[in-house]
Every structure is written in structure tokens, then in C-alpha cells.
Design a protein around this ligand. Structure first.
Ligand code: PEP
Length: 260
């Protein structure tokens, strides 16, 4: 927790990995490793097919459950899609929206991120909204412009009361799954930029209270220096969340940070 009551939040994105048996083994191994975590908020986001089994195994623990996507319609003839109500029924509290892999491979745009966000909030799911620039955009000096467009697009027509429930993940695309993380300075610079932008879009209080996770090749070795940055409020972890050992180590690092 920092002086703005931003509780550090570490979430694991399991992507399209883990069978039900593998998911069960992973969560069983994880939960015994984090029994002494009390300050840091923790969540895992398995694939849809593993949500119920993981929810069952998480009962009685402090680890929360999230999904990796949802559809914006309430229900109906949308073959292959998953609704907010289904996620809630499966035990989810959180949902990742607008991950760069969805933008890259599945045509996700700022407009569809906004539609999904509205549905998640209306249903009572807590969204983790992902933004971040590609390497080409960074090299062209467009990082702030790209992130600003994504933030403005995602939060169009989102009320201050709803915005207060949102977590943002800054995930530079070039850092996701590459082993090349943003430096703590690069992360802090963009997080501070997002916070200034949020102050403009909403107000100082909501901006100061909004948790902004960093994502992109976070591992035990770099977690402390990244999460120690004043505007970095935790991590969205892909690869390193697929092993109980490394994910628990990142959570413990968060727990040990003294961010007054
Ligand atoms: C992610 O999938 O959100 C992510 C940050 O992946 P990785 O930690 O593997 O870079």
C-alpha cells in the first residue's frame, strides 16, 4: 500500500496455456507458497476452460480469479463467446481487457475495448485494461501518443464512479514474452504519463487512486526494481506466472516492498 491507498496488485495471465490438470497442479503449488501474503493483492487468470476448477481450488485462499477476455453482449447467439455473467458464475472477480495479443491477433480495437469495459463494469467484474506501444511506435517517438489514444478510447463514456473500479496495465508490446523488460525508468515515465492523463480525464483523486500495473517480462530478478517505482502498483505477469515458484517469488517481492 502506498500513501494513495494503492494496494500492490500482482496478477498472472496464463494465456492459452494449461490443461485442466496442469492448471490444478499449478494453483495447488501456488497457494501453499503464498499463505503468508497479507498486503499484496493476488490474482490468476487461467483460460476459460480452467476457471471453474481453479475457482474451486482457490476457495479459502486470498488469491483471486480473473478471466482473459469477455464479450460485450449480455447473452445470445454469439457462438464461441463468453459473457460477463458466465465469468461471474465461474467465480471471476477480475477480467483482463484489451491485452495486446488480442489487439494483434483478434482485431481488438480501442472501440471494442470500450464496449467490453462497459459490459464488465455493468456486470460487476473488475477490469484490468491493457495499453502499450509496439517497438516501432516507441522507436518513432510515439509512445505517449499511442498510450493516450488507447486510454482515451478505453475510457470514453466511463463514469468517474465506474473508473474508480478499474486497474490499468501498462504493457509495452515489445516487452511481452520477449525477455526484454522495460527499464524501471521507462516504465515509471509511461506510468506517470498515464497518471497525468487520468487527472485530465477525471480528477486528481481518481488519478492518484488508480492502480497501474506494469507488464512485460516481469520475473523475480527484475520485479523489485520495477514495482519500486512510485507510479508502478504491481505487475501483470505472463510467462513467470506459469510456474508457482517464480510467480510466488514475484508476489513475495511485492509484499516486501516498503512503498510509503
Ligand atoms: C502478459 O501476457 O501480459 C505478459 C506481460 O507476458 P510476459 O510476462 O510473459 O511478458
Amino acid at each position: 500500500m502506498n500513501q494513495f491507498s494503492r494496494r500492490i496488485f500482482v496478477a498472472g495471465n496464463w494465456k492459452m496455456l494449461t490443461t485442466p490438470a496442469e492448471a490444478a497442479a499449478l494453483v495447488k503449488a501456488l497457494k501453499v507458497k503464498v499463505v503468508n501474503i497479507h498486503q499484496t493483492e493476488m490474482a490468476v487468470c487461467p483460460p476459460f476452460t480452467n476457471l471453474s476448477i481453479v475457482a474451486e481450488l482457490l476457495k479459502g485462499t486470498a488469491i483471486k480469479l480473473g478471466a482473459q477476455n469477455l464479450f460485450w453482449e449480455e447473452e445470445g447467439a454469439y457462438t464461441g463467446e463468453i459473457s460477463a455473467k458466465m465469468l461471474l458464475g465461474a467465480g471471476c472477480e477480475y477480467v483482463i481487457i484489451g491485452h495486446s495479443e488480442r489487439r494483434q491477433y483478434f482485431g481488438e480495437t480501442d472501440a471494442t475495448v470500450n464496449r467490453r469495459l462497459k459490459r464488465a463494469l455493468a456486470a460487476g467484474l473488475l477490469p484490468i485494461v491493457c495499453v502499450g506501444e509496439t517497438l516501432a511506435q516507441r522507436q518513432a517517438g510515439e509512445t505517449e501518443k499511442v498510450v493516450e489514444t488507447q486510454v482515451r478510447g478505453a475510457f470514453a463514456e466511463i463514469s468517474p464512479a465506474d473508473f474508480a473500479k478499474v486497474v490499468i496495465a501498462y504493457e509495452p508490446v515489445w516487452a511481452i514474452g520477449t525477455g526484454v523488460n522495460a527499464t524501471p525508468e521507462q516504465a515509471q515515465e509511461v506510468h506517470a504519463f498515464i497518471r497525468r492523463l487520468l487527472e485530465n480525464l477525471y480528477n486528481r483523486e481518481l488519478s492518484a487512486g488508480c492502480r497501474i500495473q506494469y507488464g512485460g517480462s516481469v520475473k523475480p530478478a527484475n520485479a523489485a526494481e520495477l514495482m519500486r517505482q512510485p507510479d508502478v502498483d504491481g505487475a501483470l505477469v505472463g510467462g513467470a506466472s506459469l510456474q508457482a515458484e517464480s510467480f510466488a517469488a514475484i508476489i513475495k517481492t511485492a509484499e516486501d516492498l516498503d512503498k510509503g
